[in-house]
Design a protein around this ligand. Structure first.
Ligand code: ADE
Length: 231
């Protein structure tokens, strides 16, 4: 997969060099390029923002540098993602959809957002999605893009060594994950549930499913409605 990121803070993405995703980059499974939006400006101050038409607080990102950046990066097969608190909600299903794409372009907005014409223009050239990480406001898209790249990257075949571990995590089957334990069998007076040490695989699977249902009902009852598991 090819990933291009446009941002005024390229240094934010240094963390992509570490951990699993760093390995995926080195091995060529994921090819990431980070572009500084200011490289597409032409004035002495490398200006990327201006005051909003119609008034209001804050600054809006000007369309010209964005237009030049996108022209140099996007083609008809690209999926362009603008992180925004006004976008569709990012879920595990979104991550799976994006993991199936060949080319993702992330456009990180700052300030009060990007001139709407940039999003409208990009929509005439490629598939565009405005995506929100959740119902809260970040200072810019960079942190949201890091989260999305991590969630998407680990679903790409070859990035995670043990692909089976992907099927058993929270959200893959619409439920939260069951609790996990390792050695020792007793720690500070707290014991591992005996069923996990009994070797009865049917009983273990049933216990884990019960735990998933109990945890989901308690913490995230909204998910039960969505998955239809026990609604
Ligand atoms: N930019 C600012 N807030 C955001 C959010 N909640 N999700 C994605 N991008 C954002």
């Amino acid at each position: 997969m090819r990933i291009d990121i446009v941002t005024i803070f390229p240094e934010f993405f240094g963390v992509l060099d570490v951990s699993l995703l760093g390995k995926a980059r080195t091995s060529g499974i994921i090819d990431v390029a980070v572009h500084d939006l200011r490289d597409f400006t032409h004035d002495r101050h490398r200006t990327v923002d201006d005051t909003p038409y119609g008034g209001g607080a804050g600054m809006v990102m000007r369309p010209e540098p964005w237009g030049e950046a996108l022209d140099s990066i996007v083609d008809a097969g690209s999926t362009v993602i603008f992180p925004s608190p006004a976008g569709e909600r990012f879920t595990q299903a979104t991550a799976r959809e994006l993991a199936a794409e060949q080319h993702l372009v992330f456009g990180c907005g700052r300030y009060e957002g990007i001139d709407q014409r940039v999003i409208d223009y990009a929509s005439t050239k490629a598939t565009v999605r405005e995506i929100s990480l959740g119902d809260y406001v970040l200072n810019g898209g960079e942190v949201a893009v890091m989260a999305m790249i991590e969630a998407v990257g680990r679903l790409i075949p070859g990035v995670i060594g043990n692909a089976a571990s992907l099927d058993e995590e929270s959200h893959e089957d619409g439920l939260l994950e069951y609790p996990s334990y390792t050695k020792p069998p007793e720690w500070r007076g707290l014991e591992v549930p005996p069923v996990l040490m009994g070797g009865n695989h049917g009983a273990i699977a049933a216990w884990r499913h019960e735990q998933q249902l109990e945890r989901t009902t308690r913490v995230r009852p909204d998910l039960l409605g969505e998955s239809g598991v026990a609604g």
